[in-house]
Design a protein around this ligand. Structure first.
Ligand SMILES: [Zn+2]
Length: 318
């Protein structure tokens, strides 16, 4: 049986600020230093997007390196969306990255599903930035990490918006459509993942969290066009997702894999890498290349680095 979300009631943002008062001051100082000397930033956290042009239509997607986990920041015309925020211990790094980008307000926050490698840092982001619409799937997880996110939302009197497949929202001159979840997945938290198709002009980006093959089949069955230029590979490249028929429907030019270097799960899986390679997809990887940044002008997509050519499976490094 799945557990529905309930309000946690207790305060967390205030606690975070109190406990982090001194640490926060030190962090601010550090941030000031980094703003003046960006070369001090660790590899993988050095990306800085140019401000949106006055003509609009410029969309930047940051696949932020959070080790084993997911975190993507999307910006269009000064509007921001955050999809996941890595594990608990990555919250501060994600906060720094967003501040460095000049984020003060997140128009949208998506917690794809209540696993720690996705929502762990989300409480920090919700506490630190003004948030507009917050999407979480309607399933709870019996963890302190999940409770912290719910408390942060309650503390700031925000509401949770249920993601409904087919609903479309504007992000500046870009837009995104909810494509998942499509039904009740019980205790299969990964399959509850909120999926979106982000569109900027003719460029399309697909995100499916940790969706497995069952959820992918439901996405295919709901009949929406999920073809995309850029596909963030489901579940860090695990063999549980990116089924062949799903990948053929997406038919991406590029794929981004967010996984931790030498992670214990063997992500990405050799089957998934082979599938991508066979389809001629150019692959970027946070475990090898740090933070990956894609810039779309509505027609073309440019990247902050060249695609990976190692095709090195995670199993090999275990
Ligand atoms: Zn995950």
């Amino acid at each position: 049986m799945k557990k529905k979300r309930t309000s946690a009631g207790r305060r967390s943002c205030r606690k975070t600020y109190t406990a982090g008062g001194i640490a926060g001051s030190i962090l601010s100082l550090l941030l000031l230093l980094l703003l003046n000397f960006p070369s001090l930033l660790p590899a993988g956290l050095t990306g800085r997007a140019e401000p949106a042009g006055s003509d609009g239509g410029r969309l930047t997607v940051h696949y932020i390196d959070v080790g084993q986990g997911d975190c993507a920041l999307i910006e269009c015309d000064g509007h921001y969306m955050l999809i996941d925020a890595g594990n608990n211990h990555k919250g501060a790094a994600v906060e720094d990255y967003l501040q460095y980008q000049g984020v003060t307000t997140l128009d949208y926050v998506i917690g794809t599903h209540p696993d720690a490698d996705h929502i762990g840092g989300l409480d920090v982001a919700i506490c630190s930035f003004d948030c507009g619409t917050i999407f979480l799937p309607d399933v709870a997880n019996d963890t302190r990490t999940y409770e912290d996110v719910i408390r942060a939302i309650d503390e700031k009197n925000y509401q949770i918006t249920d993601p409904v497949a087919g609903d479309t929202y504007a992000l500046g001159s870009a837009s995104f459509t909810i494509i998942a979840p499509n039904r009740d997945y019980g205790s299969e938290l990964n399959d509850w993942s909120v999926g979106i198709l982000l569109q900027n002009g003719r460029n399309r980006f697909l995100f499916t969290g940790d969706a497995g093959e069952d959820a992918e089949e439901d996405i295919l069955e709901n009949g929406m066009d999920i073809s995309a230029d850029v596909y963030q590979v489901a579940h860090h490249g695990s063999r549980t997702g990116t089924a062949e028929d799903f990948l053929k429907a997406v038919d991406p030019v590029y794929a981004v894999i967010s996984a931790g270097e030498n992670n214990q799960y063997g992500h990405p899986a050799s089957e998934v890498l082979n599938r991508l390679r066979t389809e001629g997809v150019q692959v970027f990887r946070t475990d090898e290349q740090g933070t990956i940044i894609a810039v779309s002008d509505g027609t073309d997509i440019t990247w902050n680095c060249s695609p990976s050519v190692t095709w090195q499976a995670g199993e090999a490094s275990r």
